[in-house]
Design a protein around this ligand. Structure first.
Ligand SMILES: Cc1ncc(COP(=O)(O)O)c(C=O)c1O
Length: 392
């Protein structure tokens, strides 16, 4: 195959049911698909960029209103778009962290949080997870004290995932913020698995920054995302350039330093914008998503030897499952070895499971209809029974 053959064909199509934990919240709405075609050219949204020359002032398409609406929706003062959550981490760490500075990160956090600190030459100290895989306010308080003892200063920043990517567990953000603020430590809320999935209000939570991922959870193309902050922090994290050329004397207006001026200029931002009404509406129905998730999780639990490793009952649709005592037993003697499971699911039109994984794996049921959830639950049960496993 040459480099660009079949570029219009994809393995995961809209007729299959996708369980991939990182993909389900980022599937586009029809509105986003249409908008992306209309605005697909490179710098398309810059057609109508007029003074002041910055993305968040553009009125056609209505990016200015979008920025205001997103901030309000998240209970924050200001918001900007970013090319992926990781760039939000980078922007915040770039504002507060200098060489040798300590930063606290919940031990279940994504690697990109760590890298954003590394880029600043900061030093990461982790808040440990409990035996049941939670990050707690108590452990946060202890670790801040440890950092103060070790560095002589409090951490410059604290990262906490509301729902972590490893277990889909929900962590006590409010409690953690309360502790952190006693030491004046600003808190970055990682909402990659919540913003666009369930209601999030930064004011209620008390956080200083909210980072969301458009392609993970806001029905938008990659790379896209949101960084929102409070009035108090906005001037710091969204500071404008003071730079000028020493020979030319050139100045650069109101461009923001942290994002190098403007962020999303074409398809990603119109995708985010076009899906926003649907995303705002869908977060209000998260209880239905949980109910669908329950159907699948209960089916898996009923297969003898299967364990749910995530907190239970589930508070999120991303769930970690251990089938070492069930499907992996089948894999030991099956002619397809561990691939029998993904292969059987694929025959039933279910994709997104890592091929060959029969020990510990994750699914995300987000976005399924009730009928699809029942279908997936039945599919697992049928595969289990066909392969001689007991259903309890
Ligand atoms: C918990 C968590 N945070 C951050 C990221 C990075 O998100 P993005 O791809 O939007 O930069 C991911 C991506 O998988 C993630 O799971």
């Amino acid at each position: 195959m040459k480099c660009c053959d079949n570029i219009d064909a994809r393995m995961v199509d809209e007729t299959s049911i996708n369980l991939d934990p990182i993909q389900v919240g980022g599937r586009l709405t029809p509105e986003a698909m249409k908008a992306m075609i209309a605005w697909g050219d490179g710098y398309s949204v810059c057609d109508n960029c007029r003074k002041p020359f910055r993305l968040d002032y553009i009125q056609n398409p209505p990016l200015k209103d979008f920025h205001v609406d997103v901030a309000e929706w998240l209970g924050m003062a200001q918001a900007r778009t970013i090319p992926g959550a990781r760039r939000g981490f980078q922007q915040v760490a770039g504002t507060y962290v200098e060489k040798g500075d300590p930063v606290l990160i919940g031990a279940l956090a994504h690697y990109t949080s760590y890298l954003s600190v590394e880029l600043q030459k900061g030093i990461v100290r982790e808040i440990p997870k409990t035996a049941d895989n939670h990050i707690t306010a108590e452990d946060t308080a202890n670790r801040i004290e440890d950092v103060v003892r070790e560095f002589g200063i409090a951490p410059k920043l604290l990262f906490i995932d509301h729902v972590d990517y490893q277990f889909g567990n929900m962590h006590d953000v409010k409690g953690i913020v309360k502790v952190a603020h006693q030491y004046d430590v600003p808190v970055l809320y990682n909402g990659v698995y919540t913003v666009g999935i369930m209601p999030v209000n930064g004011k209620d939570l008390g956080v200083d920054f909210i980072v969301g991922s458009g392609h993970k959870s806001m029905a938008a193309p990659a790379p896209s995302g949101i960084l929102a902050t409070t009035e108090e922090r906005a001037d710091e994290v969204f500071r404008t350039t003071q730079m000028e050329g020493d020979i030319t004397g050139r100045k650069f207006g109101i461009k923001e330093v942290g994002i190098l001026g403007c962020s999303l200029m074409g398809a990603p931002i119109v995708g985010l914008l076009a899906s926003f009404p649907a995303v705002k509406a869908r977060v209000e129905h998260f209880d239905e998503e949980l109910a669908n998730s329950k159907i699948v999780v209960e089916a898996l639990r009923s297969i003898d030897g299967t364990k749910i490793l995530s907190e239970y009952p589930r508070k999120h649709t991303l769930t970690r499952v251990d089938t070492t005592g069930s499907f992996d037993q089948v894999a030991q003697t099956h002619k397809k070895r561990g691939f029998f499971l993904s292969s059987a699911l694929s025959k039933k039109g279910i994709t997104g499971i890592i091929p060959g994984a029969t020990k510990v794996w994750k699914i995300n049921t987000y976005g399924m209809t009730r009928k699809q959830a029942e279908y997936v639950a039945d599919a697992y049960l049928e595969i289990a029974e066909t392969n001689g496993l007991t259903i309890n």
